[in-house]
Design a binder for this molecule. Structure first.
Ligand SMILES: Nc1ncnc2c1ncn2[C@@H]1O[C@H](COP(=O)(O)OP(=O)(O)OP(=O)(O)O)[C@@H](O)[C@H]1O
Ligand SMILES: [Mg+2]
Length: 465
């Protein structure tokens, strides 16, 4: 376990340095046991007691103990715990004793103070900013919790607990890690000296029941009409990009769009950390892999896209396009693997196209810009852009068709756009409305036997009869 020692430095307020390894033979020096009834704050007494018992436990526990056999480890901890309390002559009422044991066991076996947040289904995100600040996101809004860790080391222990079963570590040589909890939640940890507030953990909780299309309609992310429209587009095998800012709900919407893929098609999903939860039966899930401790064995999204093309896919769903894989994806879309879906981080539909260009350039093929734009314009049919609004709600704000090239530029047209009508009682008011433009790809929908009423796009039937 890597522990960092905090050093006060007059020039820089705080500096971190690797702690010298503790001499193994000598047990940690413990402060004298406080006696009950000394008039000191009881919670402080129990904090000290907990720290002391925990330090002893860690010193006495077999470091090679297999932590995966939870029941066995729990029994061992309980025996040691009782022995230490006896040794220290501490008398606790049964409730306190049990609570103390549970807290200590949670630190060693579980995820310590954030354990209850992980169990709470209404919490969608957990943010530990060093030991003294823990924030959560609930119902789209950020809240501060009263939860605190004892110190930096305590947070480090929890980070270690999360990533060590995955054969990873987080220390000065590797101060940033991405990992996943056994339940699928996505974890990022970054520690000093890169992070000045202390070891910081961000957890995107895995939704046991992912949001489905009806939820998105209920939450105001989509309207029934736009949901029907997107379903038609997926069925007609359009290539669609879901774009938006961080946490704007891109992966959730991609999951919903993927649910529209007919069950008889062979779907290959490619992700950094498997987040998609498809209901179809015929799904192959591929997951990229970071390099191991020796810096070997890295498998990128791009490698997986290339491999997926040899797996007879009907559909390729890429969790997120971040770099060079964009080129392979566009080529796949342009060579008969249509109906592919992906997400991309951007600020607007136009920005989505600009970022795609940059990503293709990252592939290092030295293609002329015009050729890249042509690839993009012919591959991408639709951009669905989503935003996290200031009231915490997530909304689709543009559904934009990529029409083609005109001279050097890619031409797009909005088919639906969000119109904000006000801001009432802390809630954004407004609706995703049709712009009155009929998509140029309508014949492709019709070829797939999908006929949408013209009113869906906001124009009167009578005008077009
Ligand atoms: N339409 C929605 N309405 C309300 N909450 C949503 C909606 N879509 C997603 N969320 C919630 O917002 C959080 C982020 O969702 P999601 O992972 O889909 O976003 P993302 O854009 O893919 O994020 P990232 O940029 O980190 O990949 C999740 O907790 C999810 O439950
Ligand atoms: Mg995502």
């Amino acid at each position: 376990m890597s522990l960092l020692r905090r050093i006060e430095d007059p020039k820089k307020s705080v500096r971190y340095e690797p702690a010298a390894p503790a001499p193994p033979a000598e047990p940690p020096r413990l402060p004298p046991a406080p006696r009950e009834g000394t008039g000191r704050d009881l919670s402080q007494v129990s904090q000290e007691l907990k720290a002391r018992v925990q330090a002893k436990l860690i010193a006495e526990m077999d470091p090679k103990m297999d932590l995966s056999d939870t029941a066995q480890v729990r029994r061992t901890i309980e025996e040691l715990f009782n022995a230490i309390l006896d040794q220290e002559n501490v008398v606790l009422v049964r409730g306190d004793r049990q609570r103390l044991f549970e807290q200590i066991a949670a630190d060693i076996l579980g995820y310590g103070p954030i354990e209850p947040l992980l169990a709470d289904e209404t919490v969608s995100e957990i943010m530990v900013n060093g030991p003294k600040q823990v924030y959560i996101e609930r119902g789209g809004r950020i809240e501060k919790t009263p939860i605190v860790f004892q110190d930096d080391q305590h947070v480090m222990r929890i980070i270690d607990r999360i990533i060590s079963p995955l054969g990873r570590r987080c220390d000065e040589s590797q101060p940033m890690v991405d990992a996943r909890l056994p339940d699928g939640s996505r974890v990022n940890a970054i520690i000093p000296p890169l992070c000045l507030n202390g070891p910081t953990i961000t957890i995107r909780k895995f939704a046991r029941r992912p949001l489905m299309v009806d939820d998105l309609i209920r939450l105001g992310t989509l309207t029934q009409e736009t949901a029907d429209f997107l379903q038609a587009c997926v069925r007609a095998r359009l290539n669609i990009i879901v774009s938006g800012g961080t946490g704007s709900g891109k992966t959730t919407l991609l999951n919903v769009l993927s649910s529209f893929i007919p069950p008889e098609e062979r779907i290959i999903t490619i992700e950094d950390a498997a987040e998609l939860q498809l209901r179809q039966e015929h799904v192959i899930t591929l997951e990229a892999r970071p390099a191991n401790i020796e810096g070997k064995g890295r498998v990128t999204i791009r490698d997986l896209v290339v491999n997926a093309l040899r797996m007879r896919p009907d559909r390729i769903v890429i969790g997120e396009c971040r770099s060079a894989e964009a080129l392979d994806m566009l080529q796949a879309m342009n060579t008969g693997h249509d109906g592919s879906l992906t997400t991309l981080h951007s600020n607007s539909p136009r920005d989505t196209l600009a970022r795609l260009e940059t990503m293709v350039l990252m592939a290092g093929m030295d293609l002329p810009l015009r050729a890249i734009r042509e690839q993009i314009a012919s591959a991408i049919d639709l951009i669905v852009h989503q935003e996290r609004m200031r009231d915490g709600s997530r909304r689709v704000v543009n559904i934009t068709e990529v029409v083609g090239m005109e001279g050097e530029v890619i031409v797009t047209q909005d088919l639906f756009a969000f119109e904000q009508t006000g801001y009432d009682e802390g809630r954004v008011q407004g609706e995703l409305r049709p712009t009155g433009i009929r998509p140029r790809f309508t014949p492709r929908l019709e070829a797939a036997n999908i006929f949408l009423p013209p009113t869906l796009f906001g124009y009167e039937r009578s005008l077009f009869r």
